[in-house]
Write a protein that binds this ligand. Structure first.
Ligand code: IMP
Ligand code: MG
Length: 365
């Protein structure tokens, strides 16, 4: 079927189950959304999740993914926040912050984030989360294969997942200091969905860092596609309403592994695409937006909507814009080319660092 993306409403009204149309008519936006990265991580998921948590009534934000190897960054009113364990929804005091059983927990990092967000009373972690210990961190940075060949973040996640697979890792329910936070996450999330509350499942890393779907061995220590995120938090595939795949306006990669059309460091700087890893401080490698990767990521994650972040880096005139209609034509063409080539609507567009610097086209639904 040919879809006319010049009118995003047409597409959304034609969605197979009519769910979005129903939501538009009733104003009932309650939904279960899974958010994942479409490239190699660092697409800007954190900022969008922080935005959605402020904008929508998110009852539960639940983190899936690997663990503290991922740093999600967001900014609000001139202040920057970074989370490596908690979901990126901490600024909404009414949102409960959950960590699913699939995720590895580093207790010290978790405790410092709970303190920073003053979230003692609204943080819950699953008793089955496996624990990162010092020996895992040591192994991650001392094994040449991990530190040099793969270029891991050195946060102990790979060795901890290895111990988990060997069934010798500690789990959260063995750690007294975590006792106050323990909660059956899957049970809580499924109960919230039954009560028609909004749940946001936050993925980490990006599709092509997946142990299964990325460029092995230059990958992280588990799958990180939308299906894996569902499994990490304990929801079945039929409970998900929306899968939002987040792309950046260009591609970056930290650590080793292939990167198509990689730019030189000078060229990266000239284009203003220079970035540094939020966990490791390493300079990120950069390349132009990759449609082939985007198309495959959409399939791997069964995307229903797309987000494109950092449009202001590609087109500085877009900085801080919140309206789509008045964007410069070349910026619109960039977005619409993605929609036409992928067959999916770009509903959220990042135009700056602050969590409110977003063009939200969902209101056209
Ligand atoms: P590990 O996940 O620390 O074992 O690292 C494996 C690979 O994934 C390395 O190339 C890391 O740089 C990369 N990686 C892991 N987590 C992230 C992330 O959150 N953003 C970007 N790259 C990541
Ligand atoms: Mg990151």
């Amino acid at each position: 079927m040919e879809i006319d993306f010049s009118d995003i409403k047409t597409y959304l009204n034609n969605c197979a189950d009519g769910r979005l149309k129903y939501r538009r008519q009733t104003g009932d936006y309650m939904t279960c959304t899974v958010i994942v990265g479409g490239f190699y991580g660092d697409e800007g998921k954190g900022k969008l999740i922080a935005y959605l948590a402020q904008k929508d009534k998110i009852s539960i934000a639940v983190r899936g993914g690997v663990g503290p190897n991922a740093g999600h960054t967001f900014a609000f009113n001139g202040k920057k926040y970074k989370v490596r364990m908690l979901p990126s929804a901490g600024l909404n005091m009414n949102t409960k912050l959950f960590i699913g059983p699939g995720v590895l927990v580093d207790p010290a990092i978790l405790q410092s984030e709970i303190k920073a967000f003053d979230s003692q009373d609204r943080t819950f972690i699953d008793p089955n989360c496996a624990i990162i210990e010092k020996k895992h961190v040591d192994k991650d940075s001392s094994l040449d294969h991990l530190a040099q060949k793969v270029g891991t973040t050195g946060t102990g996640t790979g060795p901890a997942n290895a111990d988990r697979a060997l069934r010798i890792a500690k789990i959260a329910k063995n750690i007294p200091e975590l006792a106050v936070y323990l909660e059956d996450v899957s049970e809580a999330v499924n109960r919230a969905l039954e009560n028609n509350e909004n749940v946001l499942a936050e993925g980490t890393q990006g599709t092509y860092l997946s142990l299964y779907h990325g460029n092995y061995p230059y990958v992280t220590s588990k799958d990180v596609t939308a299906s894996a995120i569902c499994s990490d938090v304990g929801i079945g595939p039929k409970s998900v309403n929306e899968v939002l795949v987040v792309f950046k306006s260009y591609v970056t990669r930290v650590g080793q592994g292939p990167l198509n059309e990689e730019l030189t460091s000078d060229e990266t700087g000239n284009r203003g695409w220079q970035e540094f890893g939020s966990v490791t401080g390493r300079q990120r490698r950069a390349a132009p937006f990759d449609l082939a990767l985007a198309k495959k990521a959409i399939k791997l994650n069964s995307a229903s909507q797309l987000a494109v972040t950092k449009l202001d880096i590609l087109y500085p005139e877009c900085a801080g814009r919140k309206d789509y209609a008045n964007l410069p034509n070349k910026a619109k063409q960039f977005i619409e080319n993605i929609e036409n080539q992928t067959g999916k609507p770009v509903t959220l567009i990042g135009t700056g660092e602050d969590l409110n610097e977003v063009i939200d086209r969902r209101d056209q639904i």
